[in-house]
Write a protein that binds this ligand. Structure first.
Ligand code: N2P
Length: 362
């Protein structure tokens, strides 16, 4: 009798429990190919918080959602200049560092760089930072241009040179900020220029090489490089080394490498921020704090080939990633890097129009 009643009670309790104990969730919106995906389950096992994980591959995509409001996201990862104007637009919550104890391991120099976009580091903590450069298939480029060719941005901005590699496939990331700033640098102009004339000069340069660019895309180039569909891209360092690893894993004999041209390039800081209307604040903090744990941050770097923002993670990062100056730049490399500031609304309209003109070839 006692057993019978206990069994009935336990059965009823298990039915009622899901109603009483609300499931904890965090909605995360991050870049594609930008995490050790196994960490999501590990976070859930440790905290009981389920991660709903969604990805994008352009700041423009994230910004459109943030400006529309009510994204439902709890954690997002904008790049510096976008973060800067999104803060100005009031879309993020100021961070409560009391809820992010692992922030003590943040890399001071990187935090200072991020503060240029977020004064006082009030709204964001750096997740990863990286450069924009030339991603290429070593053998195919050597066959067509010789070994020295990738020392300069010339290879992608001089139509005579780009024409010579067009047959093996060229992609540019679909990121106007990256591509326009490096083309301004190539032209000897201020890469952070907001002058309409300068933006148009960059777009005119890009229009000349446009016939030799197969596609503008910010994530497909990883597999395209790895499987030999393309031989050259304007891309990001971490993605390029992911392509190299994928080619090595598939043992297809394709060798991928990455170069920062002598004229220098853009360095960008992507950081975690919490939208003002995030529905799960405590869970957002738990997620960010977990990602800033030194061993966790190191795993993300080792898998994605991006340098993370936690200096105390360095001892745990795989040696070949930590010692790659294209991922963790040395001082000589740092000296060739530039940063950008946000486009104001008027300049952004010009950039969007010119970028569309370049891409559509009109
Ligand atoms: C990851 C791309 C991250 C760099 N695939 C662009 N923010």
């Amino acid at each position: 009798m006692i057993f019978c009643c206990w069994a009935v009670f336990a059965g009823l309790a298990s039915l009622v429990q899901p109603i009483l104990a609300e499931e904890r969730v965090v909605n995360v919106y991050n870049w594609t190919d930008y995490i050790d995906i196994k960490l999501l389950d590990e976070f859930t096992r440790e905290t009981g918080i389920k991660v709903v994980y969604d990805t994008y591959d352009s700041n423009e995509m994230l910004e459109a959602k943030l400006h529309a409001g009510k994204t439902g996201y709890d954690v997002v990862v904008p790049s510096g200049t976008f973060l800067q104007r999104q803060i100005q637009a009031g879309v993020f919550r100021p961070l409560d560092y009391g809820q992010i104890p692992n922030a003590k391991g943040l890399w001071p120099e990187v935090a200072v760089r991020l503060a240029a976009y977020d004064p006082g580091n009030k709204h964001a903590v750096t997740y990863m930072w990286y450069t924009t450069g030339l991603s290429y298939n070593v053998d195919k480029i050597a066959q067509r241009l010789g070994n020295k060719a990738l020392d300069s941005w010339d290879v992608v901005f001089n139509p005579e040179l780009l024409k010579r590699v067009a047959d093996c496939g060229v992609y540019f990331i679909d990121s106007p900020e990256d591509v326009i700033s490096v083309s301004l640098r190539y032209l000897g102009l201020n890469p952070d220029s907001k002058w309409p004339d300068d933006i148009r000069k960059a777009a005119n340069l890009l229009a000349q090489v446009r016939p030799y660019v197969k596609k503008f895309h910010s994530s497909e180039y990883i597999n395209a490089l790895a499987n030999g569909d393309i031989c050259l891209a304007i891309g990001w360092a971490g993605d390029t080394f992911q392509a190299r690893n994928r080619a090595e894993e598939s043992k297809n004999g394709i060798k991928i490498d990455y170069k920062i041209p002598k004229e220098g390039t853009l360095v960008t800081f992507d950081s975690f921020a919490i939208p003002k209307d995030a529905p799960h604040i405590a869970e957002a903090y738990a997620f960010i704090n977990f990602m800033l744990r030194p061993e966790v941050a190191a795993r993300n770097s080792s898998i994605t080939n991006y340098a993370n923002g936690v200096i105390t993670s360095k001892p745990f990062v795989e040696k070949n990633v930590l010692e790659n100056p294209a991922i963790y730049p040395d001082e000589a490399t740092m000296a060739r890097l530039f940063t950008l500031t946000s486009y104001d609304a008027q300049t952004q309209r010009i950039v969007t129009r010119e970028w569309t003109r370049v891409k559509t070839g009109k």
